[in-house]
Design a protein around this ligand. Structure first.
Ligand SMILES: Cc1cc2nc3c(=O)[nH]c(=O)nc-3n(C[C@H](O)[C@H](O)[C@H](O)COP(=O)(O)O)c2cc1C
Length: 338
């Protein structure tokens, strides 16, 4: 992250455990130009993980830490023990990720119960120790960033936490502009990201509740940030990044709903990838999750989801996609669902 104002906006693709995996990173970065993405978290407890644990979450490590479209992939660690986080960061760095990121945002009760994720925002001293240990382990070989929420219950210690991470050596911060207790409920408090940005001298990125170009523009105005990270919005509208870039270049991409014919091949490509390496009993769930998010913008996705949600078998889903393609897509695209 550069502290100088970039000529074009920086767009980052968020980590989303259980949802935005390497396959979806591949698909989404094909159509939207992201400056980098961050993997789902790798959980660190009391041991140094074998390389395969990092490669499972980030198969891109086998390909110079880039998606097939060339987008750099940073790997996220989650834990609370400075020593073990540092050891794992050192091992990870040897695999040459595009960066190392730390998770201080996860609200999941099981993770928080084991002192992982957002619950650590009650302990800025620990944040400092973790950042310092990881910074030492990374040795400047790759960028080192952290992702945080505004706090556990309220944002009263948000600035303190950000300052602790910066003082410990984090080179950039992504701020998901909600507290842990707010989970994913709108709104995101974008002005808080601005307050944090003014209190530290490292780049601060705004994240949370950016679903549309308009949200993006309001987030930038309210947070005063040049760089934003897109999460669910990047899946609900796979063209959101392209739409933002086009707008910044003085062009328009047109209404979202007109592009279902461009979303469809992405969905089919994703389904093919899921079938290659996800167990058949889990594969339908992966597709449903994405289609569920697409419903936000695409009426066609709503229609598809209503039929998809009751199906459990891969073969049933293949058949549904063939039917659906025949009914809604130009003939060339329908063939690809077969
Ligand atoms: C299903 C899901 C999984 C997530 N997993 C992670 C994760 O592994 N690491 C992390 O830092 N944030 C994670 N997040 C939080 C997102 O990165 C992001 O901060 C949040 O969704 C807000 O952005 P959005 O409103 O654009 O989605 C997750 C969010 C969701 C919805």
């Amino acid at each position: 992250m550069s502290p100088t104002k970039p000529a074009i906006p920086r767009l980052l693709l968020a980590p989303m455990e259980g949802m935005l995996d390497a396959r979806l990173r591949d698909v989404v970065t094909r159509v939207g130009r992201y400056d980098w993405c961050v993997t789902e978290f790798v959980r660190v407890t009391d041991m140094t993980l074998p390389n395969r644990c990092f490669r499972r979450v980030a198969p891109e490590l086998r390909h110079a830490a880039r998606t097939p479209a060339g987008t750099p992939v940073r790997v996220q660690l989650l834990g609370s023990d400075p020593f073990h986080l540092a050891n794992n960061a050192a091992r990870l760095v040897a695999l040459e990720p595009a960066g190392v990121d730390l998770n201080f945002g996860c609200p999941a009760p099981t993770v928080n119960r084991h002192r992982g994720g957002a619950v650590l925002l009650d302990e800025p001293e620990l944040l400092y120790s973790i950042a310092r240990a990881v910074k030492t382990a990374v040795q400047g070989r790759v960028p080192f960033t952290a992702k945080m929420r505004l706090g556990v219950r309220d944002p009263s210690r948000a600035v303190e936490c950000a300052q602790a991470l910066a003082a410990g050596g984090a080179e950039g911060l992504v701020v998901h502009a909600r507290t842990r207790d707010e989970a994913y409920r709108p709104p995101a408090h974008w002005p808080w990201v601005g307050r944090i940005g003014e209190a530290v001298d490292i780049p601060v990125v705004a994240n949370g509740e950016i679903w549309t170009l308009d949200d993006y523009l309001r987030c930038r105005a309210e947070s005063g940030r040049d760089t934003v990270m897109l999460g669910r919005g990047a899946l609900a509208d796979p063209f959101l990044a392209a739409r933002i870039r086009a707008h910044e270049a003085g062009e328009e991409l047109g209404p979202v709903a007109q592009e279902w014919s461009r979303v469809w091949p992405l969905l089919i490509a994703y389904w093919a990838m899921v079938q290659e390496d996800v167990l058949p009993r889990h594969a339908p769930g992966r597709l449903k999750q994405w289609v569920n998010l697409l419903r936000r913008h695409y009426p066609q996705a709503e229609a598809l989801f209503q039929r998809l949600k009751v199906l459990r078998e891969v073969a049933q889903i293949d058949e549904l996609l063939r039917d659906f393609a025949a009914a809604t897509q130009p003939s060339g695209l329908a063939c690809r669902a077969a």
